[in-house]
Design a protein around this ligand. Structure first.
Ligand code: ZN
Ligand code: ZN
Length: 182
């Protein structure tokens, strides 16, 4: 993976965010679930979470999903520029919570949605600039819909999680091969 640690961290966050809304299950059903997400993804410095935050984060999740699944590069660039254009961004070097020196992009006093839009938006912009976009994938299992970052050296991963979706496909392929030809 040609990305630095904080970049990988932001990419993992945006993937997890999008996946709270895929596969027909709402993973951000209430304020509590958003609080859990904020804790799990260590989204730092956000004020108390409100129902308005929940609505804003869900909307942002849609916008990120559209960027992720855009049909071509021109569309991705346009959608991401729109997203970044309405986000307050303030680069700032920081060393909080024992992490090595890294750059935060969210503005002081940012809400959780603004924080995610800034930091994840910039991370995605760098992926485009580095021409590594094909690492951002949607699972090959048709009804799965989960997105993931392919960190494999030869960019060959096609399933969101090799233990579940990967297995399902392997079993299906195995059964198809064993089907008697009569
Ligand atoms: Zn940080
Ligand atoms: Zn999957």
């Amino acid at each position: 993976m040609p990305f630095g640690h904080d970049m990988v961290f932001s990419l993992t966050t945006v993937v997890e965010l999008i996946n709270t809304g895929t596969g027909g299950r709402e993973g951000l059903g209430d304020v509590r679930e958003l609080e859990d997400f904020v804790r799990r993804r260590m989204v730092s410095g956000v004020p108390e979470i409100t129902p308005a935050d929940l609505a804003a984060v869900r909307e942002l999740r849609e916008a990120f999903h559209e960027v992720f699944t855009a049909p071509d590069r021109a569309t991705r660039v346009r959608l991401l520029n729109t997203l970044l254009g309405r986000t307050r961004i303030t680069p700032r070097l920081t060393e909080h919570d024992g992490f090595p020196l890294h750059v935060h992009y969210f503005a002081p006093g940012a809400t959780v949605a603004e924080h995610l839009a800034a930091d994840c938006g910039v991370a995605l912009a760098h992926v485009l600039v580095e021409d590594e976009w094909e690492r951002l994938r949607t699972c090959a299992v048709p009804d799965c819909g989960q997105v993931f970052v392919d960190e494999s050296r030869n960019r060959s991963r096609v399933y969101c999680d090799s233990r579940t979706c990967g297995n399902r496909m392997h079993v299906a392929a195995y059964r198809a091969r064993r089907r008697p030809v009569s």
